[in-house]
Design a protein. Structure first.
Length: 145
């Protein structure tokens, strides 16, 4: 069994703020699996996450995907990056009241360009959605958001 490290989250972030600076944050935990070099974000959506009744809104899932990949990039290269290109494939509906995990990882790094991918899976490993993105690492002069 892999030991997971809890990452700090980012103050004010819609997905991972955990210090209360964003009252609308989903406050999701970010877990780093150093052995697999993956970020895991477990989540249990409720009815406030809906688009259609009982179905999680795709935009919220896009935000979770973006965090899973961005934090995987951060952990792999040691600095923040920004999303330059982003693609999602929704394979089946993600329903409220069930537990899922978003898993993000880095596929390739070429200079400042980093390719990442992610999946949302259930406890049995069934894939519900997939994403891939291109991130551009920020220089030290650009690190102030």
């Amino acid at each position: 069994m892999n030991i997971m490290e809890r990452l700090p989250g980012a103050p004010g972030c819609f997905v991972c703020d955990n210090n209360g600076s964003n009252p609308r944050s989903l406050r999701l935990a970010l877990m780093w699996d150093a052995e697999k070099k993956e970020v895991h974000i477990p989540f249990y959506p409720d009815e406030t996450w809906c688009g259609y009744h009982g179905v999680v809104h795709g935009g919220i899932l896009a935000s979770v995907f973006d965090d899973a990949m961005a934090w995987a990039v951060r952990q792999n290269i040691g600095t923040w990056s920004v999303t330059a290109d982003f693609h999602i494939r929704y394979r089946r509906p993600i329903l409220v009241g069930r537990e899922y995990t978003a898993k993000g990882r880095v596929d390739e790094t070429r200079g400042r360009k980093i390719r990442a991918r992610a999946q949302i899976v259930d406890g049995e490993g069934n894939i519900f959605a997939e994403a891939d993105a291109l991130f551009i690492s920020r220089t030290s002069a650009q690190l102030h958001f």
